[in-house]
Design a protein around this ligand. Structure first.
Ligand SMILES: NC(=O)c1ccc[n+]([C@@H]2O[C@H](COP(=O)([O-])OP(=O)(O)OC[C@H]3O[C@@H](n4cnc5c(N)ncnc54)[C@H](O)[C@@H]3O)[C@@H](O)[C@H]2O)c1
Length: 308
């Protein structure tokens, strides 16, 4: 039997994720959206690409969750981007309600699924998905760190003119301002980057990584989707193929890194059934402080959601 992946939200990130999963031929894909005909149209287009690209998984588009029954993995990308005049709390309320309603239907139809949240604000939306699904926290996690470290890797590779395949990077914390890239654990073929680049240049690359999302938004007028979808696909594959990949992801901490009961980006072991292990490394005082700031910002959003 083939695995089954549902992608909720047939927008830019969702449809591109469906495309990448189909291209890897690793699971049947179901695309869900509230907009009529949109998931059906994108699914049909993806099926028609199959003979040329050479995949034979099925791709189904639907506005109903019946089609999602017994999915192994569900990716949540449904949500609204911030519109002019909208405050952060307005966006929080809109996406909280979307993620809540979507998760309820997912949990009812796929009680054993691993849920990977993509909708922003990411860590806060993971809390909503966890609380609504009632799933154990091992099966509810969020994608941010794979993307952030991919951007860090891309920039290091560009700077040193080496293949990005040989670059590994380590990023903790949340998206954006609260992201904590760790240069001492970021390497080119095993060589830590502080041995290859001057500190000022590393600081500039770190700053560009923190602003990586914004840089694309400025160019495109909308948020990135190729790299985000590639990052989600890597996580989906790790679960479906039980790869025990060591990847950064937003997971619920229970005392690790001095954080209790909050979703924060840390390295994990990801395989069948979701989070197999939270990997704790020793941080410097500065790194600890940066991670604490990241956790505080998630705590602020979780508190704000209680009043919405
Ligand atoms: N975590 C990350 O690294 C990361 C990266 C990029 C984007 N994002 C976030 O992902 C989300 C999606 O981004 P996008 O560019 O694909 O947006 P998009 O607007 O292109 O797509 C969102 C889709 O969700 C659908 N939708 C809205 N409410 C729904 C509901 N109740 N049920 C089903 N579908 C619903 C919309 O109709 C739309 O098609 C945003 O919140 C964005 O901020 C996160």
């Amino acid at each position: 039997m083939r695995s089954k992946v549902t992608v909720v939200g047939a927008g830019m990130v969702g449809a591109t994720t469906a495309q990448y999963i189909a291209e890897r031929n690793i699971a049947d894909v179901v695309l869900i959206d509230i907009v009529e005909n949109l998931p059906q149209g994108k699914a049909l287009d993806l099926i028609e690409a199959g003979p040329v690209i050479g995949y034979d998984v099925s791709v189904t588009g639907s506005n109903s969750y019946d089609a999602t029954a017994n999915s192994d993995v569900v990716v949540i990308t449904s949500g609204s981007p911030r519109k002019p005049g909208m405050s952060r709390d307005d966006l929080l309320r809109v996406n909280m309600n979307i993620v809540k309603s979507v998760t309820g239907q997912i949990a009812a139809n796929s009680p054993n699924a691993v849920i990977i949240v993509v909708t922003n604000p990411l860590d806060a939306m993971c809390h909503v998905a966890l609380d609504t699904s009632g799933f154990p926290s091992q099966r509810v996690l969020g994608q941010a760190g794979v993307l952030d470290s991919a951007r860090f890797r891309a920039f290091i590779a560009m700077e040193l003119n080496v293949s990005p395949k040989d670059v590994n990077a380590f990023v903790l914390g949340g998206h954006g301002d609260t992201m904590v890239p760790l240069p001492r654990f970021s390497t080119v073929a095993g060589i830590p980057i502080p041995e290859l680049l001057p500190a000022e240049r590393i600081d500039e690359i770190v700053a560009r990584t923190r602003g990586g999302g914004g840089e694309v938004v400025k160019l495109l007028g909308t948020s990135a989707y190729y790299a985000p979808a590639a990052s989600v696909t890597e996580m989906v594959e790790a679960v479906l193929l039980d790869q025990n990949r060591v990847l950064p992801a937003s997971v619920k901490l229970s005392g690790e890194y001095g954080v209790d009961g909050l979703y924060v980006g840390v390295p994990i072991k990801l395989g069948a059934g979701g989070v197999k292990e939270i990997i704790e490394i020793k941080l410097t005082d500065d790194e600890k402080a940066a991670l604490a700031t990241s956790a505080d910002s998630v705590r602020g959003l979780v508190e704000a959601m209680k009043t919405l």
